[in-house]
Design a protein around this ligand. Structure first.
Ligand SMILES: Nc1ncnc2c1ncn2[C@@H]1O[C@H](COP(=O)(O)OP(=O)(O)OP(=O)(O)O)[C@@H](O)[C@H]1O
Ligand SMILES: Nc1nc2c(ncn2[C@@H]2O[C@H](COP(=O)(O)O)[C@@H](O)[C@H]2O)c(=O)[nH]1
Length: 206
């Protein structure tokens, strides 16, 4: 409701899309263009860090028993098993960003989205759609972060996620991510427009 929204601040933004579709690339540009407006919800994961990834910045990298205990302690809004690893959004990660008056951005996969939809988080849902699975494979290979096995698992998951993502009603906005510059503009314009609408309804922003 309008009252609740006024009290809780801007709606979080969920960006979902197959691994390698370019979510992190879009977010990196958004954070660079608007350094004070948004904040990234730092997820927990049991996968190993990639080169350049920092604990507490890209993820909280934890061992599985630690994550399982935290889930048992009811510390998470949503959790999912994805290609053999656990991922999850902690309540604290979102609270952290919201307390700074920033728009909280979640980069999560499909099972997480389905759980978030059942909470009172009320996010704006965006699906980042790659041109083809072949192009997704090219992007993932070029990124050089996966083994043949994890690459295969990610591409298998992508089939299912694209079907869900393109099903009408599941997301508020679909970004067709072919050319990165075009995709970014579409993404940015949609997000900025959404924030303006909320501002017009009295939601306060940074
Ligand atoms: N529109 C694009 N065209 C070509 N290459 C792209 C495009 N967008 C991103 N890339 C490249 O594709 C690779 C995957 O992009 P990125 O890491 O942003 O994907 P992601 O959706 O965040 O993946 P993951 O879910 O695995 O973290 C990167 O090497 C990135 O530089
Ligand atoms: N349900 C959740 N999914 C998450 C979370 N954090 C990230 N993700 C998604 O996992 C895959 C793989 O990510 P990668 O960093 O290993 O490439 C990708 O689709 C992310 O969006 C989370 O907290 N919950």
């Amino acid at each position: 409701t309008l009252m609740a929204q006024t009290v809780t601040g801007p709606r979080p933004l969920v960006l979902c899309g197959p691994s390698g579709s370019g979510k992190s690339t879009l977010l990196k540009r958004l954070f660079a263009e608007f350094p004070d407006k948004f904040g990234f919800s730092v997820s927990h994961t049991t996968r190993r860090p990639r080169e350049g990834e920092e604990h507490g910045v890209h993820y909280y990298f934890v061992e599985r028993p630690v994550m399982e205990q935290a889930i048992a302690n009811d510390e998470f809004i949503e959790t999912a098993e994805f290609t053999g690893n656990m991922y999850g959004t902690s309540k604290e990660a979102v609270r952290d960003i919201q307390s700074q008056g920033r728009v909280c951005i979640l980069d999560i996969e499909q099972k997480g989205v389905e759980q978030i939809k059942k909470t009172d988080l009320n996010p704006i849902l965006i699906f980042n759609n790659p041109p083809t699975i072949d192009e997704l494979e090219r992007r993932l290979r070029k990124r050089n972060t996966e083994t043949e096995e994890t690459l295969r698992k990610r591409l298998d998951a992508a089939q299912v996620e694209i079907e869900y993502g393109l099903t009408p009603g599941n997301f508020h906005k679909i970004i067709h991510n072919r050319d990165i510059d075009v995709a970014y503009e579409e993404f940015r314009d949609f997000v900025v427009d959404e924030l303006k609408k909320q501002e017009a309804m009295g939601v306060r922003f940074n």
